[in-house]
Design a protein around this ligand. Structure first.
Ligand SMILES: Cc1cc2nc3c(=O)[nH]c(=O)nc-3n(C[C@H](O)[C@H](O)[C@H](O)COP(=O)(O)OP(=O)(O)OC[C@H]3O[C@@H](n4cnc5c(N)ncnc54)[C@H](O)[C@@H]3O)c2cc1C
Length: 211
């Protein structure tokens, strides 16, 4: 339909395959660290189950990190220009004007962190540095945690890292696993001590490993 109004001797854009479309595109990934002040709450009537919003009331997409990234990319685009007249710029597929026109500004997250953040105490977070979950009723006791309850995933990161998180998540998981093993050794020693009292003299308690 459009060919007669453009160039009927050339194949029109709409017939280009996906491979042809992306052949002239350069994908650039920009990373930055946003304020990390999001807070989850359970949804009320008529809402989705889990709601998230910033504690400072700003929309997530209004974080200054996105403006800074756009400025940096604009400088890069300037360097990539072939001709002086080029108006080339990078398009953010997650924050485009199309979405803005429909008033559905949103941020796509591939590195969600901090749902059960690590902190010094229960007022600031959910777990301590070994992933032990704080027990609110034991705030002033030496043992402030639920016995045997640990969290060992990305949710314990207290803030945005600014880099891909998998290795850090794995490092935390290893540290927590070491701590669990150390704590179980203590439990095992205690178990053997109690078993020695409970079992009649002359009978050896079975060797039991708890892992
Ligand atoms: C598209 C994409 C690309 C990414 N690229 C990178 C990258 O290049 N480098 C990098 O470092 N990081 C990357 N990440 C981030 C990284 O993958 C995550 O941050 C990391 O996997 C989070 O680890 P996790 O253990 O906390 O959660 P997950 O890996 O999501 O593990 C959670 C597990 O819990 C299970 N689960 C959930 N609910 C329940 C339930 N109720 N009962 C039982 N099980 C449950 C899930 O099935 C899942 O197995 C990427 C993420 C995405 C989505």
């Amino acid at each position: 339909m459009t060919a007669p109004f453009k160039n009927h001797l050339e194949r029109q854009d709409m017939f280009r395959s996906e491979d042809e479309v992306v052949a002239n595109m350069m994908c650039t990934v920009a990373m930055g660290r946003e304020a990390a002040v999001g807070k989850f709450r359970l949804g009320g009537a008529g809402e989705t189950t889990l709601r998230a919003q910033r504690t400072d009331g700003k929309p997530f997409h209004a974080d200054p990190v996105y403006t800074d990234i756009e400025k940096t990319l604009a400088r890069l685009a300037e360097k990539l220009k072939v001709d002086e007249g080029d108006t080339g710029r990078f398009i953010n597929p997650f924050l485009t004007n199309v979405f803005r026109r429909f008033k559905v500004d949103s941020i796509t997250l591939s590195h969600p962190l901090g749902g059960c953040r690590m902190a010094h105490d229960v007022a600031q977070g959910v777990v301590d540095e070994f992933g032990r979950v704080f027990d609110k009723t034991k705030q002033h006791e030496e043992q402030k945690w639920y016995n045997g309850l640990y969290i060992a995933d990305a949710s314990i990161m207290p803030t945005a890292l600014g880099v891909n998180p998998s290795l850090t998540i794995a490092a935390f998981a290893l540290r927590i696993a070491d701590k669990i093993i150390a704590d179980l050794d203590h439990v095992e020693a205690e178990f053997e001590r109690v078993a020695a009292f409970a079992i009649p003299t002359g009978v050896q308690p079975a060797k039991t490993r708890l892992l």
